[in-house]
Design a protein around this ligand. Structure first.
Ligand code: ASP
Length: 329
């Protein structure tokens, strides 16, 4: 009997040892094939733009193709659910934003846990938002917008990327700040929402500068304010929400890169290094600056910094969302 147990223990230990050595061989060689970054919103939108710039720079460093896969739907919760279930081998990653911290309060039945189902790789960038409208929308500034929206609440439409999107969060904050409920029109991302704003099918939205800057500069849409404490260098004439008359209205869209839980540490560390390099890439820095955002510094593009940010933001937004009474079953 004793011998049997010993034999089993030895066999299990041998199997474990070989699994460990296979994993470390894989980690040492990593990557040997295409790496896919899942973006939980539509192509052509703000998260997609950030992901594609990063993917390009990481491709150069990892010497393997890093591609972006758009897995949109349910306010950005379909993509993370897919990555949470993916094989934790470093070939399927997730680039997601503030929605990782708001989804647990918004969804009663979220099919994944943002805190425990992922290995954080690092923070990417914190993107300002802008309150924008179709070009011929009557209000001229933020004060007029608030008055107009209140007076026309039954006909004004607000576009967003679904429950869990940054545009949804910003809209919720706006509606509670002005104490007016509006008709919202959900899209699979603010890429398609922007198309409808340009076409005049919806009235206004709150979206990231990574999606709105060129349309604002081209005079294709109207802008009322940026949602950050300070003005944005690429849009120097646009007032902050505080300056324009909405104090206590601040939101920045922080982004992080994640791998599925159980991804070997050497692979997570390799990806973290690669992300840090990507954030110093000249083209990334230049495009981010043109789009009103900045790369996170090296000490923030780390697993520890992203883990801490996710925890702090989950604790920050949970009560705000509960107080607003917004949720999905
Ligand atoms: N980031 C989303 C997108 O890329 C939009 C949002 O969160 O509002 O479409």
């Amino acid at each position: 009997m004793k011998t049997n147990i010993r034999t089993i223990i030895v066999a299990v230990a041998t199997v474990l040892a070989s699994v460990v050595s296979i994993v470390s061989i894989q980690a040492a060689d990593y990557p040997t094939k295409t790496v896919s970054i899942v973006v939980p919103y539509a192509a052509g939108g703000p998260t997609d733009t950030v992901a594609r710039l990063i993917a390009q720079a990481m491709t150069a460093d990892l010497k393997q193709q890093v591609i972006v896969e758009n897995v949109a739907g349910a306010g950005g919760t379909v993509g993370p659910a897919r990555v949470a279930r993916a094989t934790p081998d470093g070939y399927t990653l997730l680039l997601h934003h503030i929605g990782q911290s708001t989804a647990p309060a918004l969804y009663r039945k979220l099919p994944y846990n943002p805190m425990t189902d992922f290995e954080p790789i690092g923070l990417v960038t914190d993107v300002p938002m802008t309150i924008v409208a179709r070009k011929d929308f009557p209000p001229k500034d933020l004060k007029e917008l608030v008055a107009y929206v209140k007076a026309n609440k039954d006909k004004v439409t607000y576009a967003n990327a679904g429950l869990g999107a940054a545009s949804h969060l910003c809209g919720t904050l706006f509606m509670s700040a002005i104490q007016t409920q509006l008709t919202t029109v959900p899209y699979k991302g603010t890429g398609p929402a922007m198309n409808d704003l340009l076409g005049g099918q919806v009235d206004f939205m709150c979206d990231q500068t990574t999606n709105t800057t060129s349309q604002i500069k081209g005079g294709k849409i109207k802008v009322y304010a940026v949602t950050t404490k300070n003005r944005v260098a690429s849009l120097p004439d646009v007032p902050t929400t505080r300056e324009a008359g909405l104090p206590n209205f601040e939101v920045g869209v922080w982004h992080g890169l994640y791998a599925p839980k159980g991804t070997p540490k050497p692979i997570v560390d390799r990806l973290s290094k690669s992300l840090q390099l990507a954030l110093k890439d000249t083209l990334v820095k230049q495009r981010f600056a043109e789009l009103g955002t900045e790369p996170e510094p090296e000490n923030r593009a780390t697993p520890e910094a992203l883990r801490a940010q996710l925890k702090a933001e989950t604790e920050k937004w949970g009560p705000v969302i509960k107080a607003a009474g917004v949720y999905a079953d």
